[in-house]
Write a protein that binds this ligand. Sequence first.
Ligand code: FAD
Length: 434
Amino acid sequence: MQSTKKYDIVVAGGGIAGISAAVRAGSMGASVLLIEHYPFAGGMSSAGMVSPFMKSVTGGKNLVLGIYKDLEASMRRMGGMIDNGFYSWAFRSAANELLTENGVDIQFNADVVRLNKEGQRITSLDLMTPDGMKRIFADQFIDTTGDAQLVALGDFPWEKGDEKTGKLQALTLFFRMAGIDVKKTAAYSKEHPEDFLEWMDFKYDFSRIISIAGYKGLIEKAKAEKRFPEDVDYVFFTTLPESGEGAFNTTNILGIDPSTSASLTEAEKVGHKQVAQVVDFLNRDVPGFEYAYLVDTAVQVGVRETRRAVAQYMMTGDDILNGAKFPDVVARGCYGVDIHGQKGEESRMDDLEEGAWYDIPRRSLRVKDAENLQVAGRCIGATREGHAALRIQPTASATGEACGAMAALAVSSKTAIDKVPYEKIEKILTHNIA
Ligand SMILES: Cc1cc2nc3c(=O)[nH]c(=O)nc-3n(C[C@H](O)[C@H](O)[C@H](O)COP(=O)(O)OP(=O)(O)OC[C@H]3O[C@@H](n4cnc5c(N)ncnc54)[C@H](O)[C@@H]3O)c2cc1C
């Protein structure tokens, strides 16, 4: 087993939460290592091809700035982001740029496979890498693996799925098509509004990203002819203005627990089969898609929900919908409870009123019973409903950034993470909480 230098902070998982944690900690002078399974950063934002960024502005108030805005600015500079939509390649490049500028060491192609601890204090992580096993020592650890891998490996407490039924949200394999006659398909939607989802207002501005969701009548017919996936009820895509390109958040993979290898393997098979059927349907049946073609599918099936850490405070659905405020706020959000229903479960989208937001307390990032472990992003300490709101990319970035700031403060003041005075944290995170 090789040992590397000791780091101040190790961040496990290089999705948007981990990138934001590592960049913020690096910018504060801490020595930071970011560990990532893939040979690139981004997690769901790149391997999952997830775009666009969901809502983080309410009543004109911008709730998430900081690293999130730095990522956005970098992607816009390189021509990889329009409105709130972006390309995966741009996300990967922007992440590399920011991590490098802020002195973060990166270990791609590395899987955390073991966690070593003394009592409730983590001492090191063991990684499997192409050049062998490595042991990495640090003072502070941040779990941004999406799956709460460190929490699970360390036998710290976690939860998974709906508290009563155990159900986990549906999975989606993103794909991208080009050659779409967007104006033609938009005109079709205006002529058949009953076939489209209720939230659509059909007021298209083709100089901006537009979203279309529906084609329900055409789908019904294709389903009757057994050439459309049974579990998919509508086609949803967002376009890039004037480009004829669209990103499709359409496949709907049910009955899968994405925290197991066997289920994820099955999900890949089902996802790719659904993509082929949906593309064929669009080409054959939908005006505007006659000459459209599949450009790419995401590297992996998109996973919305697996394990969540049990934290010192668990954010609830009521906290979200009532706009809870906390004295130890470290991040904020305004996105509502969004559950993509599993088999036998209704989907839910409960929004907050425009202008309303909720606080996220530092306690929901502190894993219960663990001395030096925080969580951010998709594995944050929340109930299933709370998680269904907090999981989106801007909020994941804000919670990651908060963890990075708190870990760096703990290291610089040589104190336990819970002993860092809130006033110090507040000062560093003003842009996201004032
Ligand atoms: C289908 C789908 C649609 C979505 N739509 C939207 C949307 O439109 N807008 C929006 O804002 N959000 C959306 N979301 C939510 C959002 O994309 C994710 O919740 C968010 O990106 C999660 O970020 P994260 O950094 O917490 O985790 P992830 O992006 O999951 O990153 C975790 C990283 O950890 C790595 N990792 C895991 N285990 C290990 C290990 N043991 N060792 C090393 N590395 C490891 C993984 O490879 C991964 O890169 C969607 C999600 C899905 C799945």
